[in-house]
Design a binder for this molecule. Structure first.
Ligand SMILES: Cc1cc2nc3c(=O)[nH]c(=O)nc-3n(C[C@H](O)[C@H](O)[C@H](O)COP(=O)(O)OP(=O)(O)OC[C@H]3O[C@@H](n4cnc5c(N)ncnc54)[C@H](O)[C@@H]3O)c2cc1C
Length: 391
């Protein structure tokens, strides 16, 4: 009997395990994940800002996967491709005939001095909760310290995660000000970005609307401002200094460090795969989600790292493993985006939707669209009951 091992129970791994289970293969399917729960990484900014609780964005993996899938809770420490073995922190090594590797993303510091030590990344539930507690404690501390920097927050980067975090932060800040009795006029929220453009994936009109909305809520944007160092209490850009006792580090992501540790040919822990998502010299191995680097034949660039693409890749990888077990040819990965939604707090946002026509949306309607997107994702990974319980 073949053993199929799936690593990581994020968007890609959960979806792949679900698809494999539906195929009724005569195979052992093992899903390995560090935690017993799945978390919706697309909502981590809400945990970090304190507008959602971990229970709102997590579910128990064992409760939703098919009984055909064995769930093993452990941390993967390495992959021996020649021996087809996964090494784990607490269990004996796992041997596989097919591997679907979906170990996901980590924070990217681009080697900037002090970023790791002094910035708060949002990469999982623990780091997002830590960022939230630091923010709350620092604001509360102002009453004793009267240090103006306790009221300053700097968000590093102006991509998706940064902008969505800022949206939640400006939504919650008035409540924090009231709760801790803070001087509202001394709260300072800055966003620092190396590139001249914010949210490069959106049309200029929508970007202008999003920036205008956040500026009205008090956010200061500093574009074309490359961060050169992060110190305790300050972000440095050449000769400029942005003082803040809360520094959120959301400049970008790289793949999981297990990739480099295991000796893969990688760049920023992402591995270029074949057009069927398998590895060139190891056709029994598939890399999907944020650890895979898949060239988009249309744009000539790599597909971006998104949950939407991770789920689509999981469908292709699972179908290809099933095809190989059954002795059929594999198929190419193709992807048609249904659009991009960026929330600016729980109730508004901007979106470009490519479904039944092309739509450019802004304002409250996007709050509803975002909710539909989140619900749909839970449905794709788990089931309708889990989706309803999350509402
Ligand atoms: C705040 C935020 C907002 C976002 N918004 C959007 C959005 O609106 N739309 C969109 O499409 N994308 C969005 N993204 C990007 C999206 O979340 C990622 O592209 C997606 O999570 C990648 O899925 P994945 O399955 O590859 O990895 P992950 O979601 O990172 O899952 C990896 C899994 O592997 C587990 N794991 C990691 N290391 C180990 C180990 N050593 N051993 C065992 N298990 C391990 C992790 O615990 C996790 O369960 C957002 C990301 C963030 C951070």
């Amino acid at each position: 009997m073949n053993t199929i091992v799936v690593l990581g129970a994020g968007y890609a791994g959960m979806r792949a395990a679900k698809k494999l289970a539906h195929a009724n293969l005569d195979a052992r399917i093992i899903l390995v994940n560090r935690h017993p729960y799945h978390y919706e990484a697309t909502q981590l900014h809400q945990i970090a800002a304190g507008t959602k609780e971990p229970a709102d964005v997590t579910f128990d993996i064992r409760k939703v996967v098919s009984p055909k899938v064995e769930v093993l809770i452990d941390t993967v420490t390495g992959i021996d491709q020649e021996e087809r073995r996964v090494t784990l922190e607490e269990h004996e090594p796992l041997r596989y005939d097919y591997l679907i590797n979906a170990l996901g993303f980590e924070s990217e510091t681009f080697g900037i001095k002090g970023a790791e030590e002094n910035g708060w990344p949002l990469v999982d539930i623990d780091t997002s909760l830590a960022a939230r507690h630091h923010l709350e404690q620092t604001l509360a501390n102002y009453r004793n310290s009267h240090d103006p920097n306790d009221l300053h927050v700097v968000v590093c980067g102006a991509g998706f995660t940064s902008i969505e975090y800022l949206g939640e932060l400006v939504y919650r800040m008035p409540k924090l000000v009231a709760e801790y009795g803070l001087p509202a006029d001394q709260i300072n929220i800055s966003c620092i970005e190396a590139s001249p453009k914010i949210l490069p994936m959106f049309s200029q009109k929508l970007v202008d609307w999003a920036v205008g909305y956040l500026k009205k809520k008090g956010v200061e944007f500093h574009t074309s401002t490359a961060i050169t160092e992060v110190r305790p209490g300050a972000v440095i850009s050449n000769d400029q200094e942005f003082k803040a006792n809360t520094i959120i580090w959301t400049t970008g992501v790289r793949g999981n460090h297990v990739i480099a540790d295991s000796g893969y040919n990688q760049k920023r822990n992402r591995v270029v795969v074949e057009d069927d998502l398998s590895l060139k010299d190891h056709p029994e191995e598939y890399l999907i989600g944020d650890i895979s680097a898949v060239p988009d034949p249309e744009s000539g660039r790599l597909f971006p790292t998104t949950a939407q693409i991770s789920i689509a890749q999981a469908d292709t990888a699972a179908a290809n493993v099933i095809a190989r077990v059954q002795g059929r040819p594999t198929k190419r990965f193709t992807f048609k985006s249904i659009g991009t939604v960026c929330s600016l707090g729980p109730h508004v946002g901007v979106a470009e939707i490519d479904m039944m026509g092309k739509w450019k949306l802004k304002g409250a309607v996007v709050g509803i669209v975002k909710k539909i997107v989140n619900d749909r994702s839970v449905l794709e990974l788990a089931n309708i009951r889990t989706m309803l319980e999350g509402n």
